[in-house]
Design a protein around this ligand. Structure first.
Ligand code: KIV
Ligand code: ZN
Length: 511
């Protein structure tokens, strides 16, 4: 079995996709989960992009202990110096340098000749190597580059010290056969390629990201770059869970394996969706709600007789929790801990206390608590509370609220909130009760925001299920957007919590 390295770029390429931005503490929570998932490399960010990006790469370098931590850098000294400063404290640091090699990029974006690009690759790879042993070189838009020139570019990078060469299908243009042929060509024409890792980085514009990556593995690639839930620029990147499960399920065909602990896949996917507020399509392979649902009678009959009739993977392998009824109103902390552990959540004592309080509150509102209720409470805790722990400015909390709404009557909301020791109350009217409540909150805090998006959905089962609200606001002062999430069996409360969580992130960002 060949071991294929998994290079996760959820926190860099993934985070670049609209609606997927994360704050510092959310990135750390996600990085720790990626470490647990068993990825080999975490691309923690693009350190030069902003002071916040730098800070998060540096924080992740200190937080994730098992894997290599990489920062992206363009081929110039300032980018490389900044990337190195950000990753140098990691147990295993990597600098990932890139430059475009396709004619269209070189002519219109870089305004550089082929000779200039080759010279820059040699000089900047060597410069990065003078700081860090582990150097990845990417030829952006490799799949649309002239093959001979591309082979020369990679040969130069290897001669200057690159330990991994990456072949991106930057615009998701290629097909599996073309990508496989490109890897075969490079294996034959790049000098020193036998001594380095061959990586692929496929985007999903034509829906072929995963197929392209797998074709490259078959042709000899030793590293795959991907993201959890396939998030990324435009139509996204190759999805980590699909790559890992395809290699595991079709080991007979690919004769390759990864270090991924597949039982952590479901949790990683849910955590990311929870943090970003971007839902997972029900039909998404591996992690979608319908991925293991069998609706048709003939399928259900087959499944009862022998699961292998219609199931090529066991949901247990992915860590999908059993939807059994688990706890009730009288269950204690010990039972809660045991249930959470059986679902794969190891919770430190101080966090368990908080989850237990939320559990008790929920148990007063719901007849029975299922594993999906517990999952919602735990994910919410790791996202909201942890993300607010690092806030230097005091966060706002909802104390109480009430609404008046109905046909042909004014929609009025009363909201009471607390910021530090300051308790505030406000009443407003609006187009609907939430509009009124959001206006009241803005007035109390003296802020001006725009509501960009709002959604609410049941995240657990039953009439008394938990509703999860996701609110996206933008600051009128800067135009920056912030996503907040809230959960409750009361959808108005969930919405107000989500709104305040978005505002807290805005404050955290220094607004
Ligand atoms: O898609 C791409 O080409 C990239 C590179 C920077 C690796 O993300
Ligand atoms: Zn990319």
């Amino acid at each position: 079995m060949r071991k294929i390295k998994i290079f996760d770029t959820t926190l860099r390429d993934g985070e670049q996709s609209p609606g997927c931005s994360m704050n510092l503490s959310e990135k750390i929570v996600m990085a720790k989960q990626l470490d647990k998932l068993g990825v080999d490399i975490i691309e923690a960010g693009f350190a030069i992009a902003s002071p916040m990006d730098f800070k998060s790469v540096q924080a992740i370098a200190g937080a994730a202990s098992n894997c290599v931590i990489a920062s992206l850098a363009r081929c110039n000294k300032l980018d490389i110096d900044t990337a190195w400063e950000a990753v140098k404290e990691a147990a295993k640091p990597r600098i990932h340098v890139f430059i475009a090699t396709s004619d269209v990029h070189m002519q219109y974006k870089l305004r550089m000749s082929r000779e200039e690009v080759l010279k820059t690759i040699s000089e900047m790879t060597a410069y990065a190597k003078s700081k860090c042993d582990d150097i990845e070189f990417s030829a952006e838009d490799a799949s649309r580059s002239d093959k001979e020139f591309l082979a020369q570019a990679f040969s130069n990078a290897i001669a200057a010290g690159a330990t991994t060469i990456n072949v991106p299908d930057t615009v998701g243009y290629s097909t599996p056969q073309e990508m496989a042929e490109l890897i075969t060509y490079l294996k034959e024409h790049v000098k020193g390629i036998e001594n380095v890792d061959i990586s692929v980085h496929c985007h999903n514009d034509l829906g072929m990201g995963v197929a392209n990556s797998l074709a490259c593995v078959k042709a000899g690639a030793t590293q795959v770059e991907c993201t959890v839930n396939g998030i990324g620029e435009r139509a996204g990147n190759s999805s980590l869970e699909e790559i890992a499960m395809a290699l595991k399920t079709r080991r007979d065909f690919y004769e390759a394996d990864t270090n991924i602990n597949t039982r952590e896949i479901y949790k990683s996917s849910r955590l990311l969706s929870n943090i970003t507020g971007v839902p997972i399509a029900p039909t998404k392979p591996i992690v979608g709600a319908n991925a293991f649902a069998h609706e048709a009678g003939i399928h259900q009959h087959g499944m009862i007789t022998n699961a292998q009739t219609y199931e090529i993977m066991n949901p247990d392998e992915i860590g999908v929790p059993h939807r059994a009824l688990v706890l009730g109103k009288h269950s204690g902390k010990h039972a809660l801990r045991e249930r959470l552990e059986s679902m794969g959540y190891e919770i430190p004592d101080e966090e368990l206390e908080d989850i237990f309080m939320r559990f008790k509150k929920l148990a007063d509102q719901k007849k029975t608590i299922t594993s999906s209720d517990l999952e919602a409470l735990t994910l919410y805790r790791s996202k909201i509370t942890k993300s607010e722990e690092g806030i230097s400015s005091p966060s706002c909390q909802l104390i109480s609220h009430s609404i008046t709404s109905g046909s042909n009557i004014p929609k009025i909301s009363y909201v009471k909130i607390k910021r530090a020791d300051n308790v505030m109350e406000g009443v407003e009217s609006g187009a609907g009760p939430l509009d009124a409540a959001f206006k009241a909150i803005n007035k109390m805090l003296g802020i001006d925001t725009r509501l960009e998006d709002f959604s609410i959905r049941a995240v657990t089962e039953g009439e008394d299920s938990i509703g999860e609200a996701v609110v996206k606001i933008s600051s009128s002062a800067t135009g920056e957007t912030y996503t907040g999430t809230g959960i409750s069996t009361d959808i108005v409360e969930a919405s107000l919590q989500a709104y305040l969580s978005g505002i807290n992130k805005m404050f955290e960002a220094g607004e």
